[in-house]
Design a protein around this ligand. Structure first.
Ligand code: G6P
Length: 605
């Protein structure tokens, strides 16, 4: 989940290092245990340290200068968080530098062989072997590209690599296998980065590399090749329709707040889905004998909502499975369709599940935010959710946009299945179109109240989030938001009914309980659950569109959200829970954008 960036300017006189720094800062959401830079001028200069880069270095007085540079921000996997383990890693001669995202699984064997040949290692990382392998290859060839390709062919595992050398000062090489790597084509610069946001300020033209591809970025131009054959690959650049401004924090204290409050706007964009692809998705689902939905984290919670929707609207059964368990649980054949939901389109667990389904001959449908990402490209049909760049580690606007796309699929399926009358479906479609306004209204009306509640409950570090029916995914998502950024113990269940089968024994005056009370047939049972928690002295925060006197009396706090069809309610009910997580985090003096040990895009299993 590290972030890597390489920049080559066509002009030898240009100093790109402040740009490399800027691009790296845009990748910090991928990890910020340590950072490092390298440039060639004329020797290989490396600068690295532990901590987040933006805390250490000032862009204006950037200490390195060069017209080509590469850098890394680390989320530690192999080796502790030390300066020695920070990238770039170099060979024995200090002429070759490497930055890497991924895991090289045969690094132990390779390291042993290299040590036997006299190489001296300075870090505990898997990455350092790449620099030494290239050094070794250069003993038999003077061709940098060939040496790097030969080295890369020896690697097992997943990697995105950017490699530079002071003996070849006009070129950067960038290799990909199973970890994201995007080439940016600027007017006078080329980029290789873990994602497009990194260099968006400089260019919107990009080429996502596929597995087994590498890019040669030089002053004269760029070339993409296959590292199994070294044959050129003809790939046309794509243009991303994201703006750099969208990836800025503006007046907000954190990206997470910015992204929560831009949900009314972002949600509207989800309506512009590609209609022919939607049709294809619907046909695939209609003809499947078995349907799974798989994802991780927040995206999985969107999948849980999908399960309820298809049952209610189309009488279709969908089996949700978290991606990391997919192969252990799912039975896949040619008549199986699987929906993969992912904001980043790069989550290793979800990508692994996708490749498994393809091997088994199943049909694959992607619901993805990042254009050109691996999941988006590898699925037979992909619908983009159009949430724009999401920077905060905690997913917020992407969740709402995922829901919107899942609603649109469900409504189409409902029309084909004839379970609901066309009028009912059209009424739901109209309500969906009104949600951007309702999201705006809700955020405005609850904001103050939620921040006051946050002040009251900030000292309670245990919580349960409970819901029933379509409120279950909301409870799970709300609890995840709180856990992710406050580090408090928070738990949710597969249904509030489970509370009495053990967990209720944990409820006491040190705990708050968030109850999702829908205005539907689950209402009475939820009142029962609230009562049970109250009688054990838990503080109850109720989220509801129907604040009856009974609910007001039994709850410590009631947050009212606007009434909507219960099937659409997950979009509105999650809003106070996103805000609650942010406000508690801020009261504790923590940064909601920088949750410890978490990364936005988890590209390792
Ligand atoms: C990580 C992030 C979560 C995210 C999950 C799935 O755990 O911290 O916020 O929900 O990955 O990511 P995806 O990009 O596949 O939606």
């Amino acid at each position: 989940m590290c972030g890597i960036i390489g920049v080559v300017s066509k002009k030898k006189s240009e100093n790109v290092m402040p740009i490399v720094y800027e691009c790296l800062c845009n990748l910090e959401y991928r990890g910020y245990d340590s950072f490092g830079f390298a440039t060639v001028n004329p020797h290989l200069h490396v600068l690295k340290n532990v901590g987040a880069v933006s805390k250490f270095i000032n862009q204006d007085n950037f200490p390195l200068k060069g017209s080509l540079g590469f850098a890394h921000t680390r989320w530690a996997t192999h080796g502790g968080v030390t300066k020695a383990n920070a990238h770039p890693h170099t060979d024995c001669t200090n002429t070759i530098g490497v930055v890497h995202n991924g895991i090289i699984s045969n690094h132990h064997e390779l390291r042993k062989e290299l040590i036997k040949k006299g190489h001296v290692f300075r870090s505990e990382t898997d990455t350092e072997i790449v620099a030494h392998l290239i050094e070794e290859e250069l003993k038999t060839t003077s061709d940098f590209e060939l040496a790097a390709v030969s080295a890369v062919r020896k690697l097992v595992g997943s990697f995105a690599l950017v490699i530079g050398s002071s003996n070849f000062p006009d070129v950067l090489l960038a290799f990909r296998k199973e970890s994201p790597l995007i080439i940016g084509i600027g007017k006078d610069k080329f980029f290789a980065a873990s994602d497009v946001i990194s260099f968006l300020k400089y260019t919107k033209k990009m080429i996502p590399l596929d597995d087994y591809e590498y890019a040669i970025l030089s002053r004269d131009g760029y070339m993409i090749k296959d590292w199994r054959t070294m044959n050129p690959v003809n790939k046309r650049p794509k243009t991303v329709n994201w703006d750099f401004e969208m990836a800025k924090k503006g007046d907000y204290d954190s990206f997470m707040e910015k992204e929560i409050f831009e949900q009314p706007l972002a949600f509207r964009e989800s309506f512009y889905i590609d209609k022919p692809t939607l049709k294809k998705v619907v046909q695939t689902l209609l003809s499947a004998k078995r349907i799974y939905v798989t994802a991780s984290g927040t995206s999985y919670h969107a999948g849980l909502v999908f399960q309820y929707l298809l049952k209610e609207l189309a009488n279709i059964s969908v089996i949700p499975v978290i991606s990391s368990e997919f192969q252990n649980l799912a039975i896949v054949d040619e008549e199986t369709a699987v929906v993969f939901i992912s904001q980043s389109g790069e989550t290793a667990d979800t990508l692994t599940a996708l490749r498994y389904v393809k091997r088994k001959g199943g049909k694959t449908i992607g619901i993805v935010n990042v254009v050109g990402s691996s999941i988006a490209r590898e699925c037979e049909a992909t619908l983009y959710i159009n949430a724009g760049p999401e920077i905060a580690v905690c997913a917020t606007k992407s969740y709402l946009n995922q829901l919107s796309v899942l609603y649109q699929i469900s409504f189409e399926l409902a029309k084909h299945r004839g379970i609901l009358g066309i009028n009912e479906i059209e009424a739901l479609e109209d309500q969906l179109k009104q949600l951007p306004e309702l999201i705006k209204l809700t955020l405005g009306s609850i904001n103050r109240k939620v921040s006051e509640i946050a002040k009251d409950i900030q000292y309670l570090s245990k919580s349960f989030y409970i819901g029933r029916g379509i409120g279950v995914p909301t409870a799970k998502e709300g609890s995840l938001k709180l856990r992710e950024i406050t580090y408090d113990f928070s738990m949710s269940f597969d249904g509030a009914g489970e509370l009495k089968h053990g967990s209720i024994s944990l409820v006491d005056s040190d705990m708050f309980v968030v109850a999702i009370v829908q205005n539907d047939e689950t209402y009475d049972d939820m009142i029962g659950n609230i009562q049970e928690c109250k009688s054990r002295n838990g503080k109850v925060i109720t989220i509801t569109s129907n604040p009856t006197s009974e609910l007001i009396e039994k709850s410590d706090y009631v947050i009212e959200v606007p009434e909507a069809n219960p099937l659409l309610s997950p979009v509105l009910y999650i809003l106070p829970l996103q805000l609650l997580a942010v406000y508690v985090t801020k009261l504790r003096g923590l940064n909601p954008d920088r949750p410890r040990a978490l990364a936005k895009s988890v590209t390792v299993k």
